[in-house]
Design a protein around this ligand. Structure first.
Ligand code: BTN
Length: 253
């Protein structure tokens, strides 16, 4: 990531805090958010303590995109906000690289059956920190090649600065105008990698199965089970395609 180029492309659309290396851009952003700053974009060239959901590690070597955007907390549900960010990431990748990707409800971006990017949304008083990580390269020998993919696998030399700036721009613009729930959720349905497939999820440590049938108007995932339709919220559940390994660019708890 080239800081000067990123600043030039952003063209002042949002204040930028750039670090060649940091622990976690979300942690940095949470400090700034607690001071009342928003909007601010925090970007790092690499992270030494990148975090995913549920306390997992998000490996963040040089070459990926690690960005956190502080915005005033919108009134929308967490699922709708996260869905909207997923749409922004999809559109940014398609517009800047011609790469068509899918959404694994609700936080993950997939291509070719593997995870390319993840989203971590965290609240800090009246602000939210939207963290987005896009894999630049899956290092050989890291043990993740079966489940994770990267920009390098699909694009010769990805324009990371442009991708980052377009994601930030689309997110800020959408939040400024207010998220259009119906358009956002319909896009998520069209790009879903789960709908129509058998999925598994856990309730109180017990594995449950069903077929993912819809993303509801509230942004929840509707699953048809033997006991009827179950609607899952993103905070409580980790949903996977049945038969898939732990599904991310995440290695440890
Ligand atoms: C997930 O896959 O569960 C979400 C991953 C989110 C990773 C991004 S990288 C930028 C920001 N900083 C972090 O520590 N995490 C997010």
């Amino acid at each position: 990531m080239d800081e000067d180029r990123l600043r030039a492309i952003l063209d002042g659309v949002v204040p930028l805090v750039y670090k060649d290396e940091t622990g976690s851009t979300n942690d940095d952003a949470k400090v700034l958010a607690a001071e009342g700053l928003a909007p601010v974009l925090v970007v790092a060239g690499r992270q030494t303590a990148g975090r995913g959901r549920r306390g997992n590690t998000f490996l963040s070597p040089e070459g990926g995109i690690y960005m956190s955007l502080i915005v005033p907390a919108p009134l929308d549900s967490l699922e709708l906000l996260t869905s909207f960010i997923g749409v922004c990431v999809c559109k940014a990748l398609e517009e800047t690289c011609g790469l068509r990707v899918g959404i694994k409800w609700v936080n993950d971006i997939y291509v070719g059956g593997k995870k390319l990017a993840g989203i971590l949304v965290e609240h800090v008083s009246d602000k939210v920190v939207v963290g987005i990580g896009v894999n630049g390269l899956v290092t050989p020998g890291c043990g993740l090649q079966a489940i994770a993919t990267s920009l390098a696998e699909y694009i010769g030399s990805p324009d990371c600065e442009k991708i980052c700036a377009v994601i930030a721009d689309k997110t800020l613009l959408g939040l400024h105008h207010g998220i259009d729930a119906e358009t956002t959720l319909e896009y998520c349905r069209q790009r879903s990698v789960l709908l129509g497939h058998e999925v598994c999820y856990f309730v109180a440590g017990v594995e449950r199965r069903g077929v993912a049938v819809d993303v509801t108007q509230e942004g929840k995932l509707a699953i048809r089970t033997d006991d009827g339709i179950v609607r899952l919220g993103s905070a409580a559940h980790d949903v996977r395609l049945c038969g898939c390994q732990k599904d991310s660019w995440i290695v440890s708890r």
